[in-house]
Write a protein that binds this ligand. Sequence first.
Ligand SMILES: [Cu+2]
Length: 151
Amino acid sequence: MNSLSKIVNPIGLLLILFICIGSSYAEDKPNIQFENFWIVSPPEVARSAAGYGIIKNTGNEADTLIHICTESASVMLHKTEIKSGMAKMIHLKNIVIEPNSELVLEPMSFHLMFMDLSEDFFKENAEITLYLEFEKSGRFEVKLPVRSSWD
Ligand SMILES: [Cu+2]
């Protein structure tokens, strides 16, 4: 009996340790996810293209998007605002994604603005790799297909 408990105890302790680490991990961390990201196919003479999608934070802590970049263009996060009947694009250097919320990038609202487009954008079945860096969650790599419509 004694020798059995000596074997069981260390395993039990390890299990408790793993459960503790697991639960604290889930309690106070952001959980960033990306959905339906894509780029509107630019006409051949275009200098810029817009990108849309949803950034979700299903975690219990806020996180801040601090940097976006791609090797295929220069890219910024924009927000379109209507001021005295005129649509104006505002450049956002960073944005907080609150816990259990999402940032929707869509026309006439938040969007990715790609400029100085490389040939990558005009290839058939083009796919652009976007890097997004968050203050707490670090760096993500998201593939964005270049498409001509919403379907
Ligand atoms: Cu824009």
